[in-house]
Design a protein around this ligand. Sequence first.
Ligand SMILES: Cc1cc2nc3c(=O)[nH]c(=O)nc-3n(C[C@H](O)[C@H](O)[C@H](O)COP(=O)(O)O)c2cc1C
Length: 366
Amino acid sequence: MCGDSLVTENRKIEHLKICLERDVSARQISTGFGNIHLIHDSISNIDLNEISTSIKFLGHELSMPLLISPMTGGTPEAKKFNGILSKVAEEMRVAIGVGSVRAALQNPDLRDTYRVIRENAPDVPVISNIGLPQVAKNPDMAFEAVSLLDADAIFIHLNKLQEVVMREGEPTTTGGLQAIEYLIDNLEVPIILKETGAGISREAAETLERIGVKYVDIGGAGGTSFAAVEYYRARNAGDEEKAYLGLSLWDWGIPTVASLIEVSLSTRLEIICSGGVRTGIDAAKAMSLGAKLVGVALPLLRAASDGVKGVKEWMQRFHLLLRSTMFLVGATDISQLRRKPLVVTGFIREWMASRGLDPEVYGRRQ
Ligand SMILES: Cc1cc2nc3c(=O)[nH]c(=O)nc-3n(C[C@H](O)[C@H](O)[C@H](O)COP(=O)(O)O)c2cc1C
């Protein structure tokens, strides 16, 4: 096994262990979902049992607007998690992403730790994953990443925050936009630019749209913090400088709801909303603010510690609350939910005002 591959594998093991055992959530910053208020409708003609939460995504019909966000691969433990999550994805008909496949491209012996996802989930969207720093150096890695999984799309993840704190980080995005343009022209499947907890701004989204990107995952702040994850790794390794950076940048980023609003009001991109999405109510709010679907990572990883049963129970509860919220606002399907009025308060309202965005566009709509 080559040195690079071993380093990547060890890192994956540490990431899983830290995410399962430590508090890695944002502390001083919140997603902003608490500042979004859907309007209760007490009289509309609606039957809970007739509500449909299905959507179409990447040519597949999903039972609800949910993606299991990309997390892992590259180790036996990761294969176990990927196996559990993908079985439930297929059974419940939701989309699933894989963690960065870089380890498998470095060491073909690790391919099965990712392939298990496609084997277990042949009929739902499976999305491959590689980092922007890697494709900036070698765009052709993206072709291998797609064929490894017969993927329906590929996430190119944006993780400046992690790269700057991580001990083996590659804190550069030089050449990234050119690589994205090349891949848009040459890859057969869509690329989805995905943040990993620091959010996508209006300016970044407009640039991406201008060069031809069609999908983003805004991956905002307020959920899992990769500065926190790397803080623990640095502390365990006795690297004081990186531990200092991780602790100081723990809450860095654009809150999930602020990022979702910025991108949905300024572009026509299809948006996956992730970063601290925890319940069916959060999902209903995200849909109403313009998301196509939501992505959830850490809660599903933890649920997967209890096997297929744990993940299914989590998803059933999520679905129940999404449907119940739709009943309360009087939306029989997701397209109706997207048109429901809502009120924006607190720091998200202030955020909108200071970015020149009008919160009343949501309050006035019928
Ligand atoms: C253990 C773990 C590993 C992750 N690895 C990746 C990865 O390889 N590629 C990626 O794009 N995102 C990765 N993520 C980020 C998630 O996809 C997601 O953007 C982030 O955790 C925020 O969602 P959450 O608050 O629901 O956890 C990882 C998250 C976790 C918890």
